[in-house]
Design a protein around this ligand. Structure first.
Ligand SMILES: [Zn+2]
Length: 362
């Protein structure tokens, strides 16, 4: 059967024959892949930029793919919650042995002793069929979501980020005087799928949202912002005067240190900066003035990665709600879709002109 894999240490992904799975036993579930998404992490692995990428212990190749949507084909005799025909989103990160991992919070793993499907130490979902454990599958109850459910994996990261925001902002009164968030300004930098989904998430909770991006691929970000009631500015945030960026919450999805530094200066008292982008490139000088201001203003800066099973469940609920409210609007994020044979070339490309590319497996 077909799969898309990389050989670590060698640039480029390729279509290859992979071993078909055996019949599922015990808590195992046999799955047919319907869709996989492509994101910056995949391209980072393909281009050898992520030094943590590695195949399974005894293997030569790593099957890619961590954003998946699959259909249950068969189940082991101990599987209780799933039956053939059900749709599921598989969880990416699998626990190690630390206390966080032991309680199902491998997203907060303390020692890095976890594996991640399609990224490190575990084959991913870019293959026609795979076997997984019931415990690591999140059921898609709303079948109307269709391929949109492939956005669950990236969105679950933001659901966690929002939860962390709520936790850290409890240090002071975090709402407006009527108990809602209408007066709170959120600035989000970067109009990839993450920036767009962050905008939708904060709008859903009643915040004022401005999404800023150098590019507006196919006008999707500006159109979505218009529909949901967010502002969109097409400009490099670096070039915008910091006074115009004054916010209660500043979200960086670009990983550009200059932007993160600017965000620090743009925050109001008790402001929160959310670090979400990763590029490994660039640097900034943190001045004493910047530090003093951050201290005097009670500024909180936090990084956040991955999400727990609960965040997958909540992400699916957000997607269903947005589909109900906005109809097919979310589908605009999926700008490119193709079969595996035709996706490999795009996977090896730079992703320019795409917002979210997905691969259709069956
Ligand atoms: Zn751990």
């Amino acid at each position: 059967m077909k799969g898309i894999a990389v050989k670590i240490g060698q640039k480029g992904a390729f279509l290859t024959e992979v071993m078909p799975p055996d019949k599922p036993v015990n808590e195992q579930v046999l799955l047919k892949t319907l869709y996989t998404g492509i994101c910056g992490t995949d391209r980072g692995i393909i281009n050898g930029l992520l030094n943590f990428a590695r195949p399974e212990a005894d293997k030569d190749l790593l099957v890619l793919g961590h954003e998946g949507l699959a259909q249950v084909m068969d189940t082991g005799e101990k599987v209780k919650s799933l039956k053939p025909g059900d749709l599921v989103v598989p969880i990416v990160r699998r626990p190690g042995k630390c206390i966080q991992c032991k309680i199902g919070r491998q997203d907060n793993c303390e020692d890095g002793d976890f594996v991640e499907a399609g990224i490190r130490g575990k084959d991913g979902f870019m293959r026609e069929y795979f076997i997984d454990e019931e415990e690591y599958l999140v059921k898609v109850k709303d079948k109307n979501l269709g391929k949109l459910a492939v956005l669950t994996e990236p969105l679950k990261n933001l659901v966690k980020a929002y939860e962390v925001y709520q936790t850290v902002s409890n240090r002071s009164v975090k709402t407006c005087s009527d108990g809602s968030y209408w007066c709170k300004k959120v600035t989000i930098i970067g109009a990839g799928p993450i920036g767009i989904l962050f905008s939708m998430l904060f709008i859903t909770h009643g915040f004022q949202v401005t999404l800023i991006s150098r590019s507006d691929k196919e006008g999707v970000a500006s159109n979505i912002c218009k529909r949901i009631g967010a502002d969109f500015i097409q400009e490099d945030a670096i070039k915008i005067d910091v006074k115009s960026l004054i916010s209660d919450i500043f979200v960086d999805t670009t990983g550009r240190p200059e932007i993160v530094g600017k965000g620090l200066q743009a925050l109001k008292y008790n402001g929160v900066e959310i670090l979400f982008g990763t590029t490994l490139a660039g640097n900034i000088n943190i001045t004493g003035e910047m530090l003093t201001e951050a201290v005097e203003k009670n500024i909180t800066v936090f990084g956040t990665v991955d999400g727990a099973k609960q965040h997958y469940v909540e992400a699916l609920n957000y997607l269903s709600m947005w589909k109900e409210i906005y109809g097919n609007l979310l589908e605009e994020i999926i700008t490119d879709e193709d079969v595996p044979e035709k996706s490999v070339e795009a996977l090896n490309g730079d992703g320019k002109g795409e917002i979210k590319r997905i691969i259709r497996w069956s």
